[in-house]
Design a protein around this ligand. Structure first.
Ligand code: GLV
Ligand code: MN
Ligand code: MN
Length: 412
């Protein structure tokens, strides 16, 4: 165990090479799930994994598994990975880091001629971001039995095609059955996507839990009318009500400090004409809290705010929760393995709760799981300026390596 190390330069170079696929002018990445650039990113990862001697398999929702054998093929694998898709204005690290850190582990074990008892399986999950096809963490959720295959394949994007159609089109509708096989442990490395590690000057976060998330679709329906002749007091302006609802989402999150979060990220105004009073608005809501009861209270507050706003305006408001990801504590044994790994690597670390959702959330439902965080610059992600240092990238990967190897040497 003492000679275990990774090649930080090689990992950094691979991250920069992958970031060329879907590169944006501002230095970020736009590699939306199941687009042509997603296919290119997947193809490059598959090539690298095969060059590293892995056997690559793809399942029915396009999750990619690249396996390095262990001494005992009958033992369930240690799985390690993340996702290759990005947000529309995404960065180079969100997701890609976790997949390529896993690849670097395999490459390093190869270099060292290090044999594990269990297979080590790199995974690249489909559509973690949920930005083109909601909800987020779709591939891992399907693997964990949370989402039915038919429902996943039928999920439509606003621009038309379904997940099933896009998987076929890009050649990643694989033959492997979905989930239903034992995984011994799951680890995922990721940038923190928040400011804590940087502020505390700790290059490693030992992630103990993921906070809860609720996603909603809201439709507010008023009445279109002429912008000129219609007096202000008789209007049924859907946008005006929606604007008050945006304010209410913000107020709800602020009413649950310091952890409450509330975001309206999508907004569509119909008919969208300068001289027509908006007849209807569709908007998304994302609320988060590490405590399930607090998140449920926020849910109630949002619903009554919508009712109050719409009743006062005499218009119709509907809210539908389309996704609930409850707060998830990680497995104590895997968290301890990450802590021991951080001690071995010898860099400062601290416990942390994840503010973002991750594929590890759904994996935690089917096997022991935990995560390793590294800082990102100014805590910014889901932005093209997302950044991390080569040193922190290497440190996090070294921690991941030690945790994975510890579990992959266990035979019982
Ligand atoms: C995933 O990126 C999420 O936290 O929404
Ligand atoms: Mn991510
Ligand atoms: Mn993300």
């Amino acid at each position: 165990m003492d000679n275990l190390r990774i090649d930080g330069d090689r990992l950094w170079q691979s991250l920069m090479d992958l970031a060329q696929i879907g590169a944006t002018a501002k230095g970020g990445v736009c590699r939306l799930a199941l687009t042509d650039v997603d296919r290119e990113g997947r193809d490059l990862f598959v090539r690298w994994a095969e060059e590293a001697g892995c056997t690559v398999k793809v399942d029915a929702v396009g999750n990619i598994f690249a396996r390095r054998p262990g001494r005992n093929p009958d033992l369930a694998p240690v799985m390690v990975g993340s996702h290759l898709d990005s947000q529309p204005t995404g960065g180079k690290f969100d997701g890609a880091y976790g997949v390529l850190a896993a690849l670097e582990i395999v490459r390093s074990l190869n270099d060292l001629g290090f044999e594990t008892e269990r297979p080590v399986e790199i995974v690249a999950w489909t559509n973690e971001e949920g930005s083109r096809f909601p909800p987020a963490m779709m591939g891992s959720g399907a693997f964990a039995g949370e989402f039915r295959l038919e429902k996943v394949l039928a999920t439509k994007t606003v621009d038309g095609p379904t997940v099933g159609e896009e998987l076929k089109r890009i050649g990643y509708a694989g033959p492997e059955p979905l989930g239903g096989r034992p995984v011994y442990a799951y680890f995922e490395a990721h940038i923190e996507q928040g400011p804590i590690l940087e502020a505390e000057e700790r290059p490693v976060g030992v992630v103990e839990a993921i906070q809860g998330i609720r996603w909603y679709d809201v439709t507010i329906t008023g009445m279109e009318a002429h912008a000129g002749p219609t007096p202000m007091e008789v209007r049924k302006d859907a946008l005006l009500a929606a604007a008050k609802m945006v304010e209410a989402v913000n107020a709800t999150a602020l009413a649950h400090p310091p952890h409450g979060r509330g975001t309206v990220g999508e907004f569509r105004i119909m008919p969208g004409s300068r001289n027509v009073i908006p007849g209807s608005v569709e908007m998304s809501i994302d609320i988060r809290h590490p405590d399930a009861d607090a998140l449920a209270a926020m849910d109630g507050e949002l619903r009554s705010a919508l009712e109050r706003i719409c009743d006062a305006a005499g218009i119709d408001g509907r809210i539908e929760q389309i996704w609930y990801s409850p707060p998830t504590p990680f497995d104590a044994g895997c968290v301890a393995a990450v802590r021991r790994a951080a001690e071995r690597v010898g860099e400062p670390f601290m416990p942390i709760t994840s503010g973002a959702g991750h594929d590890a959330k759904y994996m935690a439902q089917v096997c022991p799981a935990a995560m390793v965080f590294i800082p990102c610059k100014d805590g910014i992600s889901h932005n093209e300026i997302e950044d991390a240092t080569p040193e922190d990238v290497a440190t996090g990967c070294a921690v991941l390596l030690h945790a994975v190897v510890e579990k992959a040497l266990e035979t019982t």
